[in-house]
Every structure is written in C-alpha cells, then in structure tokens.
Design a protein around this ligand. Sequence first.
Ligand code: NAD
Length: 500
Amino acid sequence: MTLKLESKAIRNAVAKLKFRTQAFVGGRFVKAKSGRTFVTENPATGRPIARVAECDAADVDAAVKAARRAFEAGNWSRMKPADRKKTLLAFADLLETHVGELALLDCLEAGKPITDCATLDLPDTVQCIRWHAETIDKLYDRVSPTGPENLALILREPVGVVGCVVPWNFPAQMAAWKIGPALAAGNSVVLKPAEQTSLSALRMAELAAAAGLPEGVFNVVPGFGPTAGQAIGRHPDVDMAAFTGSTEVGRLFLKYSAESNLKRVILECGGKSPQVVLADPPDLDLIAQNAVSSAFWNMGENCSCGSRLIVHASVKDDLLNRLVKLARSWTVGDPLDPATRVGSMIERPHLEKVLGYIDAGRSDGARLALGGRRILEKSGGYFVEVTVFDGVDSRMKIAREEIFGPVLSVISFKTEAEAVAIANDTNYGLAASLYTRDLNTAHRVARAIRAGTVSVNCYSEGDITTPFGGYKESGFAGRDKSIFAHEQYTELKTIWMQLA
Ligand code: NAD
C-alpha cells in the first residue's frame, strides 16, 4: 500500500488497517499457549488499538523448537546462497509494497509522526533487508597461509537460533537491523518486539512467509520483557541473543547468558550523545538545524539523540537564540497529521519520567530557555513540549542520564580540551557530532571522543554501509548495520586438512 501523506488519505488508510495480533510460530499465527492477551495502546490518544497474544516462556520454547527444526532441516541455513538472496530480496520487495501499512502501524503504536515513519523508518527498513540480502552471494570464506602439506579452510557458518529482543522507538527498523543480517547469514530467528509495538513485527513475519521464507525460520513472540524477553535470554537452545534497548536490561542479558548456556550476546543500548560546537563553527544556522533535529527528532526517543549541546562560550548565546527560534517551528501534535514533527511519548509512565527530568533540570538550577510542559492533554495522549535548558552543568542529572525525551541541555566551554572532557564525561558512548571549520580540529576531536559514530559538521548515524553501536555502556560486543553486523551472526570454523 502506498500512502499519500495527506490527512484524508491517511484517515481512510487507518480505517482499513487489519491487525495481526497472534504470535507467529512455525509459519503460522497462533494464540499464546496461556490464552492470555494484552492491550496495545495508541499513546497519542490513550485509547486501545488491539489485544495482542501475551507470549511467555512456553511460547518462546515452542518458537525456539520451530526455529531449531528449521535450522537443522537446512532448507534455509544450507540453502544455496543465490536462492537465499532471492528469497530475502522478495521479502524486501514485499515490505516495500507495504511500506504505507507498516508505517501506519508504527505511527499508531509508537506515537511517531507518520511522515517520519513513511519517509524514513520504513524505507530504511526495506533498504536494510535488501542490503543484507545482497551480501549473501558476495561473501567469500578464506584459506589460511599454511605450509604445502596442509589445507586450512576458515569458514563462516550461521550461529543457529538467534533470539532478538528489540525496543519500541523504531519498531520495524530496529527489528530489521537484527533480522536482516541474522537471516542473511542463514540463521533461524525468534523475535520479541517491545510490548508497546508488536504489530509491525507480526506483519513483517507474515510478509516474510509470503516471500518464501521456510516455516520456522522467522518467528515472532509478542509479550513482556520479564517473561518472554527473559525466556529468550535464558533459553538453553538459543545460540545468540541480539538485544537493543536500555543499558539496564542489556546487563540482564549478560546474566541470562552466564546462567544458562553462554549464548553469544550482543547489546545495543542507551546513549547521552554530545554535540560539540567548537570556537570556529561553520554556518550557525546550519548547526542550529542539525542540533534541533538531533535533539528532537523522534521526540528525543532516539538512542543517538544529541541531548547535550556543548558549545564554545563565544558562540553559545548566538546559537542558542537561533536554535530556540527554530525549535518553536517543530510542531508537536497528532502523529497522523503529516505536518506533525513531534509526536507523543510512548506511554504514560515514560511521559512522567520525562517530566520528572524537566523538574530536576529546574531544581538543579538550569535555566529553562524553551518548553518544559505537558501539552495537548485533552487528546488523551502523552505530549511534551520541545524543551531547552541553558546553563547546564555536567554534574546535573539532566546532563548525565538518558532522558529519552525532547529535552536538550546546553553546556558551554572555553577550551577544546574542556569540550572533549565534557563530551566524554558520561558512561555512554554511542554517538557524537562536532562542528568546526578546521580539518585538523575535526580529526583530532573526532578521535578524542569515545563514541561509536562521530559525525562532523552534521548530525548523522551514517548509512546502511556503516556500523552502528556503542562504546562503554552503550553497547557490548557488536554493531548493527554493515558487513560487520553480518559477521557477528556467524561462527568461525577451521577445517584443517592433511595433504598427502
Ligand atoms: P527496554 O530495555 O525497556 O526494552 C527493550 C526490550 O527489552 C523490550 O522488548 C522489552 O520488552 C525487553 N525487556 C524489558 N525488560 C526485560 C527483561 N527483564 N528481560 C528481558 N527482556 C526485557 O528499552 P526500551 O524502553 O524499549 O527502549 C529504549 C532504550 O533502547 C533506550 O535506552 C535507547 O537508547 C535504547 N536503544 C538503543 C539503540 C541502539 O542502537 N543502541 C537503538 C534504539 C534504542
């Protein structure tokens, strides 16, 4: 379904939506074994959307068994690479045909602006699956440089059954970042979407089956973290857990692995990303635009959100004025309105958490330069104004903790060394951006900042060809996107031969 980004067309498309609400296990939709369901809510209205199967350990076990059977049968794991590529490309094509529908599902469940879902998240989701599909018949294994009496093959084999546990902030896209490389490498997958956003993942599983993925290769078990998520982390027959979410829950996956079968664990976690504006910035209007996008895009519910703007004192006031002016044009409102740039917070407890941080900013002595309030309460949704604090100190709570909301902290500095020290004064290390006219400064500061992605004179996470993941407590042992993501879903095998 192509979606015209126009209010009436969007309303009609919403009215026609059908929700897949059962788990997808072994190639078909099934109820949770307990028969239980839970409500998924539209955070822009506070109203229920549908009831979704509430999977727990028993359902995870059934999905893992189906995934294992498929893996052992080999009709995906040992499929000719050219054929696996063709099937995964067919899946990408089907996703593309349904971009509008999937965009609406993510918009409704996550409160994200429909324009972002339809023009960024879902096209990127399609591109991710397609890119990893394309790698399948282009990767070669290796022969090691042994003597003439031996032949040693270094092979990459799929890991086996991969459990993926993902967050709600980019529902389809975060799923694609895991399942793209995992499926391309020949694994079977059990995916648990976040409980707030199950619908696009369930539809993706159905489309994958329609594209020809053999049954059991891609399973989806909606449910809650402590039950379904933990069951994946602890399952003795899951070979690898690929997690994206908070650092707090990421830690649990290391524990689950240690206490079960030492499954491989990769974690993509939180961030507190700095945007550093040095003393010789290029165009301040351009920086203001980037800074506002970095802080407020996706309501700040973005792991690489540039929530700390670290600005040289000589340009701070000028930049602050420009960005506050610009931020006022970021309309907060109904995510289904194509003009909306900022939707709702994901749920009431999260709204309260974000408002709590705003209170902390005030009481710690930061100066509120913009926003700071809950708005549009009559809608029943969880909307917050885009908010800017000036005069923030690195020790304040708003400068240290991941807020995951539209709250920007402005911190000023006098020397480059001070800027780098502030940028690195965090337990996180996911992303950063910096602005300077000087190439040498750009290289020096980019290398000095401890983060997985540093963008220069722009705000960017790179593209599908670049690895994405974090230093320090922003991640563990892995990266999403690019060929580096592909490799982590494989095991290395050596076959050592004695030649006559
Ligand atoms: P979360 O950690 O609360 O939940 C993530 C997933 O883990 C969900 O599917 C949830 O159900 C599951 N989960 C929760 N408790 C669990 C438990 N006890 N055992 C097993 N699974 C459990 O995170 P969230 O609130 O959904 O997402 C926001 C977080 O995700 C932020 O910290 C954000 O920075 C991070 N994130 C990181 C990246 C990245 O690429 N590094 C991308 C997107 C989001």
